[in-house]
Design a protein. Sequence first.
Lengths: 490, 436
Amino acid sequence: MLTQEKKQRNWKPIIKQFEAVVGKNGVVKRREELITYECDGLTSYRQRPDVVVLPRTTEQVAEIVKICDRNSIPFIARGAGTGLSGGALPTEDCVLIVTALMRQILSVDLENQQVVVQPGVINNWVTQTVSGAGFYYAPDPSSQIICSIGGNVAENSGGVHCLKYGVTTNHVLGLKLVLPDGSIVDVGGQIPEMPGYDLTGVFVGSEGTLGIATEVTLKILKTAQSICVLLADFTSVEAAGAAVSDIISGGIIPAGMEMMDNLSINAVEDVVATGCYPRDAEAILLVEIDGLEVEVAANKQRIAAICKQNGARNITTASDPVQRLKLWKGRKAAFAAAGHLSPDYYVQDGVIPRTQLPYVLQEIKYLGEKYGYRIANVFHAGDGNLHPLVLYDNSIPGALEKVEELGGEILKLCVKVGGSLSGEHGIGADKRCYMPNMFSPSDLEAMQWVRAAFNPKGLANPGKIFPTPRTCGEAARAQSAKQFETVERF
Amino acid sequence: MTKIAQELGSIVGSDAVDQWENIEDRRRVEIARSLKAETFPSCIVYPHTEAELSEVIACAYQNKWRVLACGNCSKISWGGLVEVDLVVSTQRLNQLIQHAVGDLTVTLESGTKFADVQDILGTAGQFLALDPTAPELATMGGIVATADTGSLRQRYGGVRDQLLGMSFVRADGQIAKAGGRVVKNVAGYDLMKLFTGSYGTLGIITSVTFRVYPLPEASGTVVLTGTADAIAQALTNLRSSALVSIAADLLSSGLVACLGIGQGFGLLTRFQSIPESVNQQSAALLQLGQQLGLQGAIYSAGDEVNLWQKLGEPISASSTEPVITCKIGVLPSAAVATLTELNKIVPQSEILIHSGSGLGLLRFEANAATPQRILEMRSLCQSQSGFLTLLEAPVSLKQQIDVWGYNGNSLNLMRSIKQQFDSKNILNPNRFVGEI
Ligand SMILES: Cc1cc2nc3c(=O)[nH]c(=O)nc-3n(C[C@H](O)[C@H](O)[C@H](O)COP(=O)(O)OP(=O)(O)OC[C@H]3O[C@@H](n4cnc5c(N)ncnc54)[C@H](O)[C@@H]3O)c2cc1C
């Protein structure tokens, strides 16, 4: 008999307090409605939240958080729920604070190239708002039409254009935060490097564990004079990888450089039917360059020549927006397409030094064969951020566990060659047990100091990022002392 | 020998410890400029390895000895005044750990001098996109601790935007690290950001990994000088044009005069790319400036290098008077107006504002300074959403005013971070914002 000593919380009075802050419509408590919130983009983990609250303002968020603080209720921020590491996964006995009604663009300052938005604003609304004036917001995750800025901030999201312009953290100037005790602080500002610790910098990428961002000041960039996308197809992944290295070491920094392997090419051709990625290619490379017309013209030639030297069969280029979008369409739909190839897929997000690309891809292939799963590869080749998509069927008992094990092997491989567990999706609930592969107890302790300063009671998004003995017992034990000595855990 | 010097000598060897009296004069003077009172540290220690540094700090931690951390002391006088028991320099931690040419990253020990790094990278056609103060002396650790870079922020961002990973010795002496050696990484908290600009108050950085860039093929700088209005208009036009500069600095007339590049306000705009692009952009901007009635010239090759070098030097270096240097920030759109106002408060001041970020430097001779004037200038910057921090100033002046000028609402949070990282308050105590 399983006798759990879990005291059941009496939610009634708490819900009353929430309703006093956000009104009855702002609180979701019916079981059927709560189902929507039981997982994020990582659908293999599910946990229904006890209550969902939908605030509209910073003050409301602060009041809700204060109620949580007073009653020691764990709370979890959620944006659009597209996260891929289980960052917004509810825990038992928790409140989910969802920013879906915080969708206002609060101010646009073109002269100083910045905008202030509420966290629920969808990523590509920012660009839409300022594009008429010749500006754009650079970080563009493939999920940009659905994911929220708050989620982007929490995950430090990247995108296909981050090679040249950087990821979310390089574009956030300041934040208004509700801390886990319900107090409101402003960090950063309208100008970078304000006096004091860079709290903005440490908050970005903290996955909701340090508090809730309720206003975000973003930098916007001037749209380049000229943009060109170049598509090259190769008969081997190695050749495409070599082209990537040559382009970078040739001193060219493209705005983005993406690669897809044969399996993912065919997946998107099936789904999007673009007809522009050749199905028989082993790999395609998409390179976007931007700048002045002279620069783009010159770099287009140079990149084409490099691709040819590395055995590219065909090279297509597109400069007008419609054609460019068409070339990108397949890449942006790659995850969705994988969903069509197989009932389920599991994405990894490891990073490796660019130069290790051919070796690592080969190893991933072996691992796939060893475990008996197909793996489609799409990745941000320019910065060595891999997205192996392991295709599987979750209805087969034990499949998920096998696939997770395979995913773990891939991550360890990334760390072994000097890379990282995650380039943009975050550690979340998914990868925290691998943190000891990359970081020593002393490293993790220093990170926990940050958490202890912001979130002393541990109420903000508990159980994420850091391994806990209870849940990662296995993984922790597998960490032999020997491994600690030899592995360069950078 | 003092007890401290003796005990630390047993860790690092006696050749790596100098008692206060034996420290070379120049360095002793520099260190003294960072001290609150005439109570001197007992010694300076130069660990040779990260492990030695770790032992030194562990020892200090046990004994509650307060430590002033430094690299090569080029910016030791910046920030708040301290009172410490010893000085620890990372100067001898100066090894290149890895230059991953194909991955465009470099990993170095923190005491490596910036100029040495640039030399190494240069042989592979790459560079660190930073232009710090005193490039010949500055160490990488010091650059990170003070977030010190200059005009290149326009294109490449600040130090924070280029630091990919680091290791450090914690206040308790343990070695820790964060980030990594790859250009994209979200595993764990971004402690690199927290340490950048933290003035050694959270830990002692022992190695850093930076993103590097390919050296541009060509470079050119357009110098425009003239009235404030015309310069402001030129800036507005530049912002809305298709031109992409890697630096665009606004200069006060004092600074323009000091550089001998014309009269009135100045705008220095640098382009780096392929030769065709540099030529095209330089010509376009020159024309734009001339249409607004500005004087203009294009600098290239050696002249250009000299110009930027001179701009980076403490401008009144030749002067024997003590100088006050402030780091300032103002909204970019208010840069010209603020500069004009600042100039009214101290007419001789040399001011430079990076027009993209609104960050800048303000310098003037100390005899022109009173606490009141500085506070006046500070509130001017604050009224434009900015700040004014005193970097370098005579000790007597620093004793009279808050050097940082932080006016936000997260001091408690900063204090609890400090408390977590350095519970005994032994690392650069009092050097930072809010007496942290
Ligand atoms: C098809 C698809 C493609 C994707 N492509 C990319 C890609 O190219 N690049 C990339 O980086 N990611 C990508 N992602 C992952 C995901 O879209 C990003 O991580 C995104 O930033 C999550 O935003 P969200 O609003 O959905 O956040 P959620 O999933 O709701 O939350 C993510 C995390 O943020 C926290 N959070 C949310 N709002 C706040 C707030 N206001 N304050 C503090 N914490 C908060 C949550 O607690 C959680 O930990 C993709 C996902 C999908 C499904």
